[in-house]
Design a binder for this molecule. Structure first.
Ligand SMILES: Nc1nc2c(c(=O)[nH]1)N[C@@H](CN(C=O)c1ccc(C(=O)N[C@@H](CCC(=O)O)C(=O)O)cc1)CN2
Length: 284
């Protein structure tokens, strides 16, 4: 078997053209959505992601507000930028690019954000809403994964899903998303304390690998026909190495390439969150 490709790049392009039409409709009503980003430090990967977010905004007609701080910024410097964006009417939603440099604590920064401007779905109020089943912004990578599966016709309802990794941007939050009544999956969250990862993987209809361990998911541990989403990013000689061994493509039914799978969907869902929030506010 050779797996079908869950093409995040093409899917994100389709979503962006749908969003461009929705932004045009908002603008016709006098509403211009604006995405703010806060980038602290000089990590080249984070800078690349933030620049990509602003390129996407330009493509769909969302205004951009960029705030940058040096790696020497203090906790108070970062929190002051957050206060400024909370008060800026041109900024309808924003993100703080994670991770923050060592020595800065991300949780007080996230808590200080105006939850109504949380474009990432990572504010405690947004995560609480997700847990309680109340409408609100959803974390971009989990949302991108669900959208990628849906648009490729992969059945989520009733599926056994194994998620590897307990980070807040993916692992913890995707369990909450996939176990909602609307998705209706059964989710097992595996992490570094899991004794026998292969035991769980072999039963999974859908695997979400977000551990950041190169080639952790081996072909012999994947159920034939499963959908495998590779979220992990490690770098070797300047190239991305995912969490999924290339041989998995011979066993799986669907596989997301990395790069070109979940990453572009994360970016598309950020735009989606900005547009949805603007629509909610405009009563659309
Ligand atoms: N505030 C946030 N910080 C971080 C998030 C997030 O959702 N919110 N997620 C990641 C980084 N991220 C978005 O911020 C992100 C990661 C990857 C991609 C992407 O398109 N990747 C490309 C490959 C890029 C490369 O060559 O390096 C791909 O997969 O094709 C977009 C966004 C952590 N921080």
């Amino acid at each position: 078997m050779t797996a079908q490709i869950l093409d995040g790049k093409a899917t994100a392009a389709a979503i962006k053209s749908e969003l461009a039409a929705r932004v045009a409709a908002l603008k016709a009503k006098g509403v211009t959505p604006g995405l703010g980003t806060v980038l602290v430090g000089d990590d080249p990967g984070s800078r690349w992601y933030v620049n990509g977010k602003h390129r996407d905004c330009a493509e769909v007609g969302i205004a951009s507000i960029q705030r940058e701080l040096p790696a020497t910024a203090t906790q108070e410097d970062v929190e002051n930028v957050v206060r400024e964006l909370n008060a800026d009417p041109a900024c309808t939603g924003y993100i703080v690019q994670l991770p923050l440099p060592k020595g800065l604590d991300q949780n007080p920064v996230l808590e200080l954000m105006d939850p109504d401007k949380d474009a990432d779905g990572l504010h405690p109020t947004s995560l609480g809403r997700l847990a309680l089943g109340i409408e609100g912004p959803l974390p971009c990578t989990p949302l991108g994964i669900v959208e990628l599966l849906r648009r490729h016709g992969v059945e989520i309802n009733g599926a056994e899903v194994v998620v590897i990794g307990r980070g807040v941007t993916v692992g913890r939050s995707i369990g909450l998303l996939l176990t909602r009544r609307s998705e209706n999956a059964t989710v097992t969250l595996c992490h570094t304390g899991t004794r026998d990862l292969g035991y769980h993987l072999r039963k999974a209809d859908i695997v979400v690998a977000a551990a950041g361990v190169p080639h952790l998911v081996k072909p012999e541990d994947v159920k034939p026909g499963a959908a495998v989403l590779d979220v992990g990013v490690s770098r070797s000689e300047g190239k991305i190495v995912g969490d999924v061994h290339p041989g998995v493509a011979e066993v799986a039914g669907w596989i997301s390439p990395n790069p070109g799978g979940v990453g572009p969907m994360t970016r598309a869902m950020l735009l989606n969150n900005i547009v949805e929030a603007a629509e909610r506010r405009a009563g659309v």
